[in-house]
Design a protein around this ligand. Structure first.
Ligand code: HEM
Ligand code: HEM
Length: 188
């Protein structure tokens, strides 16, 4: 059975903690950054976050998506999973980058702060949405017993498919969605 490497799991879970920390300790308002030591520690955090997320991206680049699946995954399924993973990375890069933009505007007294803050908040909102979809999809896959959960999550391991009518109905909806996606990208 395929599993993600120990390093991949380690990066996934320590990075999730770093993200949670970043969200919880967030700056509430611009005025707080008049405190130079807070501004400096935000900059250090943002740079570290950016470096770690880049290392992770390049480390994971060669790893197949939905690696743990027992059965061959449909192209439409892989397309959606890859798209969500890319959007997660995009939001995780935009968050510290727009944070650093705010810091630069403060330090060099350049105008445009409202736009920078709007972009920062947009990046935060995007990260909430795509990570919620990501966790929802992982839970859904766990119900289906596909093996994907077990390959990345060390706890509460799945033991096969949960039988339910609702799940079967969701699966047929899922199949139709994949048909549509596959038609768009490789029409017969
Ligand atoms: C309860 C929380 C979470 C669960 C259950 C979960 C579950 C999973 C699973 C099962 C995979 C493997 C998918 C595959 O094999 O293709 C995965 C990969 C991934 N997860 Fe999560 N995840 C969680 C939280 C997070 C968070 C908070 C982030 C971002 C900060 C994140 C970002 C990613 C990314 C980018 C991947 C793709 C592989 C990689 O580049 O590391 N996940 N996750
Ligand atoms: C990885 C680094 C960072 C993360 C994860 C992060 C995260 C967040 C989040 C989640 C919010 C709340 C957004 C919302 O209202 O939806 C926020 C707000 C804010 N952040 Fe960051 N941030 C980071 C770096 C920075 C940096 C480097 C600065 C500037 C030095 C900064 C300045 C601000 C400011 C001024 C606000 C408040 C915006 C307002 O007035 O509503 N952030 N940040």
């Amino acid at each position: 059975m395929n599993s993600h490497t120990t390093t991949s799991k380690f990066i996934h879970w320590t990075f999730s903690l770093l993200y949670a920390y970043g969200i919880f300790k967030q700056v509430d308002e611009l005025e707080q950054l008049e405190d130079a030591s807070l501004l400096n520690s935000e900059i250090v955090f943002a740079v570290a976050f950016l470096v770690i997320v880049s290392i992770r991206y390049f480390y994971m680049k060669g790893t197949p998506t939905l690696l743990g699946a027992h059965d061959e995954m449909r192209k439409g399924h892989l397309f959606i999973a890859k798209t969500v993973h890319r959007l997660v990375y995009f939001s995780l890069i935009m968050l510290p980058t727009t944070g650093l933009l705010i810091a630069a505007l403060i330090s060099f007294d350049i105008p445009g702060m409202r736009i920078a803050i709007a972009l920062h908040e947009l990046s935060a909102s995007l990260s909430y949405i795509v990570i919620a979809i990501h966790i929802g999809a992982s839970l859904y896959s766990r119900l289906k017993g596909e093996g994907i959960w077990n390959a990345m999550v060390p706890i509460w391991q799945e033991k096969g498919r949960v039988n339910s009518d609702l799940l079967s109905r969701l699966e047929s909806l899922e199949d139709k969605t994949y048909d549509k996606i596959e038609d768009i990208f490789s029409p017969k």
